[in-house]
Write a protein that binds this ligand. Structure first.
Ligand code: ADP
Ligand code: ASP
Ligand code: MG
Length: 403
């Protein structure tokens, strides 16, 4: 088999752990498989590099930020390859560019447009273990880009797709996908399997165990994706098509996103096209808007509230300011101390009363729900941030996920 193995930040967190990764890769190779490895930067490294850039500028130029951040992954790729060579396994380390990864030019959140796997394939054919620096690519001009936080997951899945690998294994510090973040709810249970759809919702709604775009790509390219621990031999969780899952509970998991802010637009001119203008302006800056609330118009104006990731707040503010100056919005208000809790499950499609049960769980804990949004397979609630963990545990137990 050809297997792509991705090791996250904690798994390559120090030299001893990199040696541990080398041993794991060796084991897979000795079992007769071909292996391409994708690595993250050592844990904490990306944050450290960001803080270095911010030492010099509150708004460091994004091309230079990408140049800086991409170095973290290069360090681990090179070290792992050195370790493997020393163990007698011919290995070659590659940057994103050398691996043939071409992206859009959108610095710090570039999208993969194309992968030319020929260099990687050449390495594999020569019997080498190819080790690729994750999280990075180059645009068409050859300028370094990065793929957004957690983007090494995406590198791994995209490489698995391009090489038509049999399996893509994501090694991390938990031994699979749990019913919720086990750091918040120790009673969380490991799932044997989860559908691409549910995993995509969980990842998009805050479960950072997999980057959401990596799940989207795995689904699109039909990549067999497994999440497992680099610190144990436990089986892990298979992310697969819905039809491969026998038992479908109503709710499969609970996600929490504390990195959310609420934007409130007061006195928005009530005319056709205004929402399109505001949200197009946000989309042009790649700001991910989630829950949207519009109140009934009154005095020819209306109020629109929505949530966005906290780290997009500054750019959202400057867009809103433009509309205020044009007189299209009277005033605005921002709240960063909110969080979003969500329940996800494909079984919801065929069950009534799921949202009601979630609201009751919040009521029992006296947690006020500020905003609600639903789809066929999820219910999200915006609450005060301080109730985050309580809300997760309440939902987890209301839907008997600990059973
Ligand atoms: P890596 O550095 O390996 O990419 P991450 O820190 O990005 O690892 O993701 C792993 C973390 O995701 C876990 O330590 C866990 O706290 C968190 N997590 C959130 N939701 C879940 C979930 N449903 N199942 C498992 N882990 C989860
Ligand atoms: N090192 C990058 C990050 O911390 C990418 C990754 O780890 O996946 O976001
Ligand atoms: Mg990650």
């Amino acid at each position: 088999m050809l297997i792509v193995q991705k090791f996250g930040g904690t798994s390559v967190g120090d030299l001893e752990r990199i040696q541990n990764v080398a041993n794991r890769v060796q084991k897979t190779v000795n079992e007769g498989h071909q292996v391409v490895v994708v690595v993250s930067a050592m844990s904490g490294e990306t944050n450290k590099l960001i803080s270095y850039a911010e030492h010099f500028s509150a708004t460091p130029s994004s091309a230079e930020v990408d140049m800086l951040l991409s170095s973290g992954e290069r360090v681990t790729a090179a070290l792992l390859s050195i370790a493997l060579n020393e163990m007698g396994h011919p290995s070659v380390a590659m940057t994103g560019r050398q691996a043939g990864i071409v992206t859009t030019s959108r610095h710090t959140k570039a999208r993969i447009e194309n992968i030319d796997p020929s260099s990687m394939q050449k390495g594999i054919d020569a019997g080498k273990i190819v080790v690729v620096a994750g999280f990075q690519g180059v645009n068409e001009e050859g300028i370094v880009t990065t793929l957004g936080r957690g983007g090494s997951d995406l590198s791994a899945v995209a490489i698995a797709g391009a090489l038509k690998a049999d399996l893509c294994e994501i090694y991390t510090d938990v031994d699979g996908i749990y019913t919720t973040d086990p750091r918040i709810e120790p009673k969380a249970k490991k799932l044997e399997r989860i559908s691409y759809e549910e995993m995509l919702e969980l990842a998009s709604l805050g479960a950072k165990v997999l980057q959401n775009r990596s799940v989207e790509m795995a689904k699109k390219l039909n990549v067999n994706l497994v999440t497992r621990s680099s610190f144990s031999e436990a089986e892990g969780t298979l992310i697969t098509k819905e039809e491969n899952i026998m038992e479908q509970p109503v709710v499969s998991g609970v996600a929490l996103d504390r990195n959310q802010a609420r934007v409130s637009l007061v006195g928005v001119t009530d005319r056709p096209g205004i929402a399109a203008e505001i949200f197009n302006a946000l989309a042009a800056e790649e700001i991910n808007v989630d829950v949207i609330l519009q109140t009934v118009a009154h005095d020819a104006t209306t109020n629109i509230d929505f949530t966005i990731p906290t780290n997009e707040l500054e750019s959202a503010k400057s867009i809103v300011k433009g509309f205020v100056q044009k007189g299209e919005i009277k005033s605005s208000d921002y709240n960063e101390s909110i969080a979003k809790v969500s329940i996800v499950g494909v079984g919801m499609k065929s069950h009534a009363g799921v949202a009601a049960k979630a609201f009751s769980a919040m009521a029992t804990e006296n947690i006020n729900i500020r905003m609600i949004s639903t789809s066929e397979i999820k219910v999200s609630m915006v609450i005060e941030d301080k109730y985050s963990e309580l809300a997760v545990r309440a939902l987890h137990s209301a839907f008997e996920l600990d059973k």
